[in-house]
Write a protein of this length. Structure first.
Length: 236
């Protein structure tokens, strides 16, 4: 069933980016023909609007509500100077203010969508928080149920190579800001990456999946947001 959902999600992304390309093309044509003023096209074709668009995509495809709202909030916040003349003193606090916005949204907005983290036994779940530091965490649970990994100005390694899943599908929710994380999984696990990366990346660097593994049909979903950072999934 999750394969059908994944294909539907990819089709939604293709449709969204197709619409975006059409809009960008029409804006550029209108600008070349002097139909659209330059100040309007500078707003539509900007990194702020890119963040807003990716945020809308995250919400529309039900990937990650929190990541979508954060991206829309950041894009909209930095769009303000394009419409209003902000004094120099206030411009100096724009970047510090964005940390306040992100922190507030992390506290108030829960991750929702078709892959929301369910409540489980805390003993079999992981909750890692790295702030200006790093560390390695090895999970050996016989009934691993997912959890959260937050890295701000730091990072670390989450080793799941000795963990086992009883459920067919579990979720790890990630948030990375100026940091990075590495997740090591058993070679037989099916891993589905639903991470939104802005000015960074999150890659699946595993080798061939072991189809004879007893947990081959079980799925780990890694979702969340990476801002100015990175991450990767590996198997040994």
């Amino acid at each position: 069933m999750h394969i059908v959902d994944e294909n539907k999600q990819k089709n939604n992304k293709r449709s969204f980016f197709g619409i975006v390309l059409i809009i960008v093309g029409l804006v550029l044509i209108a600008r070349k023909m002097d139909i659209l003023p330059p100040e309007v096209s500078h707003v539509i074709i900007s990194w702020q609007m890119l963040l807003i668009g990716i945020g809308l995509l995250s919400i529309f495809t039900k990937e990650n509500l929190r990541a979508g709202i954060i991206l829309i909030a950041v894009g909209s916040f930095f769009m303000i100077p394009k419409f209003f003349d902000i004094p120099y003193e206030l411009r100096n606090i724009l970047w510090p203010s964005i940390f306040v916005i992100i922190g507030f949204l992390m506290l108030t907005v829960r991750g929702k969508g078709r892959t929301a983290i369910r409540k489980g036994d805390p003993v079999n779940m992981v909750d890692v928080f790295n702030f200006m530091s790093g560390g390695n965490r090895k999970i050996t649970s016989e009934n691993f149920q997912g959890g959260k990994v937050t890295s701000i100005f730091g990072g670390g390694e989450l080793d799941l190579s000795s963990a086992k899943m009883q459920d067919n599908q579990i979720v790890i929710d990630m948030f990375t800001l100026f940091g990075g994380s590495e997740i090591i999984v058993p070679r037989g696990w099916n891993v589905q990456v639903e991470v939104t990366a802005i000015f960074g990346g999150f890659e699946d660097k595993r080798g061939p999946v072991d189809t004879s593994h007893p947990e081959y049909n079980k799925t780990l979903i890694v979702k969340g947001l990476v801002l100015f950072g990175g991450g990767e999934i590996k198997s040994y």
